[in-house]
Design a protein around this ligand. Sequence first.
Ligand SMILES: *Cc1c(COP(=O)(O)O)cnc(C)c1O
Length: 349
Amino acid sequence: MSYFRPTIAAMKGYIPGEQPKPGTSIIKLNTNENPYPPSPQALEALRALDGEWLRRYPDPFAREFCEAVSDALGVPADWVIVGNGSDDMLNVVVRACGEGSDRTIVYPTPTYVLYGTLSAMQPAEVIEIPYPSDFALPIDALVAAKGAVTFIASPNSPSGHVVLLDELRKLAKQLTGVLVIDEAYVDFSEYSALSLVFEFQNVIVLRTLSKGYSLAGLRMGFGIANPTLLEGLFKVKDSYNIDAIATLVGTAAMRDQAYKNACAEKVKTSRSRLTLDLINLGFAIAESHGNFVLATSTAKRAEDLYLELKNRGILVRYFNQSGLDDKLRITVGTDEQNQRLVETLRDLF
Ligand SMILES: *Cc1c(COP(=O)(O)O)cnc(C)c1O
C-alpha cells in the first residue's frame, strides 16, 4: 500500500526553476526575478527589526500591509487577503472552491503550470482550453467549461501577452464560478483589470511582491476582492501564513511605490532592447508585457541552446512540452546581463 492518497501518488510534483547558490557567478534569467535590489526602505525595515516582533505570533491578517496596499492601490483595506507568496493565494482558492468533477478548475493554456499542480493535489478536475495562435481569449469555451474557478494570468507567462479589460469583463459577466485574474507581472505592464473587483462579486485579482518589488525570497503575495468572497478564503488559509518579517518588510516595500516604478521602467526599457537584439539574432518574439520574453528559436533546437547557455553560465527557462519546446523564456536582466546573453548566443550561432 502507498503511504499517499491515490491522487498524490499519481501526480507529478511542480518543478521550480533551478536556483543556484547565491554568490555563484551564474547569470540567472530563468525564474523572472527582478534584477534590481529591493527598496532601500524595505531593507532598512529589515535591519531595524525588533526581536519583540519575532517573539510574538504575527497578525493573522497582516493589517499593516493591507493598509499600505489600500494607500498604494486605492482599494479598501478589508478587501485585501495576504499570502505566503501569491502561490499560497492560488492554493487557498483551489482548496476553497475546487473539488472532484463537479467543481472543476479551468484555464487557458499555455499558462502558469502551478494551476494544474494545485488542482491535482486538491483533487479537482482540470479543464484546459488551448489559446489560439493569436492568444485571443477563448471566452465561449471558458464559459462552457463551467469552472468553479477560472484562472487567467495577465500578463500571461510564458507568452507575455495581456488579456484586455473588456475581454475579462465579458468573461466575468458570464461565469458563475470565481474568476481569478493573476497579475503577477502587472508592474511591467500598462494594463490591469483591478477595477473589475468593484464590478463583479466573483472576481479576485492576485498580485505578488516577488517580481515588481524584487522580493521573491520574502514570500509575499495578496489578493483583492469583495469581503464576501474573501470570507470563504479566510476560512481556508493558515492562520499565520504571513510571518512577522514579511509583514514588516513587505509593508515598507509597498509604501515605496516610487522605487518599484523606477525599477520597472528600467526593466521595460531593457526589454525593448533585448527584444530587438534577439530578433536580430533570428529569434521570433511576440510583444511581452512581463519582465521576460518568449523567444522562438528558428536556427537551432531550443533545448540545445538552453543546455549550451547553461554550460556557459547563463540560465534561461526551457519547457519540455508541446507548443513550447521550440522556445526559450528569458527573464529581462540588467543591460549588462542581457548583453552577455546576446553575445553568448551570437557566439553559439
Ligand atoms: C511568479 C508567478 C506567481 C507566483 O508568485 P509568488 O508570489 O512568488 O508565489 C504567480 N503567478 C504567476 C503567473 C507567476 O509567474
